[in-house]
Design a protein around this ligand. Structure first.
Ligand SMILES: Nc1nc2c(c(=O)[nH]1)N[C@H]1C(S)=C(S)[C@@H](COP(=O)(O)O)O[C@H]1N2
Ligand SMILES: [Mo]
Length: 427
């Protein structure tokens, strides 16, 4: 298709003879491309869904953006099934991690393209090169920020959700453009070179891909001897992806698979912690004055009137128990048995018969957790609780004592701990 590079290119990587691996060629690139064509759309769709779970339309949402020009969510995030966000975010993180080896292999397979000479041949070529810069840059940015955030959530505060979200638009746009340009080449290559035939070759039979019926600048002009077969390369990449897939499944699915989650954020044992499960951020880390959660604590409930309730008074109200997950943006989730007062009951106490949006405030101020908004649907769910107990025991300080919010189907980060106040609006 493309004319071979002219020989007047400067020495080094700009010469086609510089790239010598006999494994590189359109078939190899097409195989990695086809794999990415399966995983990247799943990551993109689950990513946008998980973002929708933040309810970016709600006014005071500290975590999750205020509505920007690219937010067109047409629905309010549902509360049912209660594991919905655990699923979307679990898939996003698990398949995202498993894709990293494939992405790196794909990049390796096309490295010569990054050194094309002359760098710009025509306006159309310039557009293609610029889209490639956005594609590679966008992929790098999304994967690096994603992995950093998994390892230490919201290190970047507001910056992460905004940047990862808008970065996703850039990456997806560049990807759609790239696929439109390359899809037919990929299909033709896989068809003419017979899908899996090259996998039969051992190291000694591993020759460069044939330059007939069409040449490709990915095929080396001066190939070195192979140090591994294509089969071994694909096997290594697949094994890497498979291991990451299993570890991610262990993190988000829990159960016996949990033992396999060797990359679990900050190496925490999910079963260890007060109340029998892991803590995201400890009370000590939150920097709240311990005096604020002692005898003097009471919950302020704002509605058409202000009501103040001590923990004893809250415990005297009708209590309800539900099994609900905490599903973190980091990809892990854990289901526990929560007991407490229905949010809708508290709204009524404050004089709001038909509650609309709710804003919850934490004693932890000056943080992304200080204020979180909830939708009318979330408040109306009978399992949306002001939790006072978990697994039959009082909440531990680390899990949000004296009281925290638990909303079915919501991202873990919206389950505000160390609650100070609730403000109900009318529907
Ligand atoms: N005030 C406050 N609430 C919070 C957090 C926090 O750091 N501070 N972490 C949130 C996040 S990101 C998650 S995943 C859950 C974790 O709850 P856990 O620590 O009880 O497991 O609490 C959420 N509520
Ligand atoms: Mo989280």
């Amino acid at each position: 298709m493309r004319a071979p590079w002219p020989h007047d290119a400067p020495a080094g990587p700009f010469r086609r003879t510089f790239w010598r691996s006999p494994l590189r060629g359109p078939w190899l690139t097409a195989v990695f491309g086809a794999a990415l064509l399966v995983t990247l759309p799943v990551i993109a769709v689950t990513g946008f869904l998980s973002n929708a779970a933040y309810n970016p339309r709600l006014g005071d949402n500290a975590v999750g953006r205020h509505l920007g020009p690219l937010d067109f969510y047409l629905f309010s995030w549902p509360t049912r099934p209660s594991w919905l966000y655990a699923l979307t975010q679990g898939l996003h993180v698990t398949i995202g991690l498993a894709t990293i080896p494939i992405l790196l292999a794909k990049l390796w397979s096309v490295i010569p393209r990054l050194f094309e000479w002359p760098p710009l041949r025509s306006p159309a070529h310039a557009v293609e090169r610029i889209s490639l810069a956005f594609l590679v840059g966008g992929a790098g940015f999304e994967f690096v920020t994603g992995v950093l955030n998994i390892q230490d959530d919201y290190t970047f505060g507001f910056f992460f959700t905004d940047a990862h979200y808008y970065g996703a638009w850039v990456f997806v746009a560049a990807l759609v453009f790239h696929v439109a340009l390359k899809f037919s080449t990929m299909r033709r290559t896989l068809a003419t070179r017979r899908l899996l035939a090259p996998l039969r070759d051992g190291v000694t039979q591993t020759l460069p891909e044939p330059r007939e019926p069409e040449d490709s600048d990915l095929i080396p002009l001066a190939p070195a001897a192979p140090s591994m077969s294509r089969r071994a390369l694909l096997g290594t990449v697949a094994a890497g992806a498979g291991i990451l897939l299993i570890q991610g499944a262990g993190e988000s699915a829990g159960g016996p698979l949990r033992e396999l989650a060797f990359l679990a954020p900050r190496g925490r044992n999910p079963f260890r912690g007060p109340n029998g499960f892991q803590v995201n951020q400890t009370f000590a880390n939150a920097g709240i004055d311990p005096g604020q959660v002692g005898r003097a604590w009471n919950l302020r409930v704002h509605g058409t009137r202000l009501v103040r309730l001590t923990r004893e008074e809250l415990l005297a109200l009708p209590q309800h128990t539900y099994e609900l997950p905490i599903a973190c943006v980091e990809g892990w989730s854990t289901t526990q048995r929560w007991t407490g007062v229905r949010l809708a009951d508290l709204a009524r106490l404050a004089g709001v018969e038909r509650p609309g949006e709710l804003t919850g405030s934490s004693l932890e101020q000056d943080s992304v957790y200080a204020e979180i908004s909830y939708s009318e649907d979330q408040v109306a769910d009978p399992a949306a609780l002001l939790a006072l107990k978990v697994n039959g025991a009082p909440l531990s300080l680390d899990h949000g004592y004296p009281a925290r919010i638990i909303i079915p189907g919501a991202p873990g980060v919206h389950n505000t701990k160390w609650l100070a106040a609730l403000a109900f609006r009318r529907s």
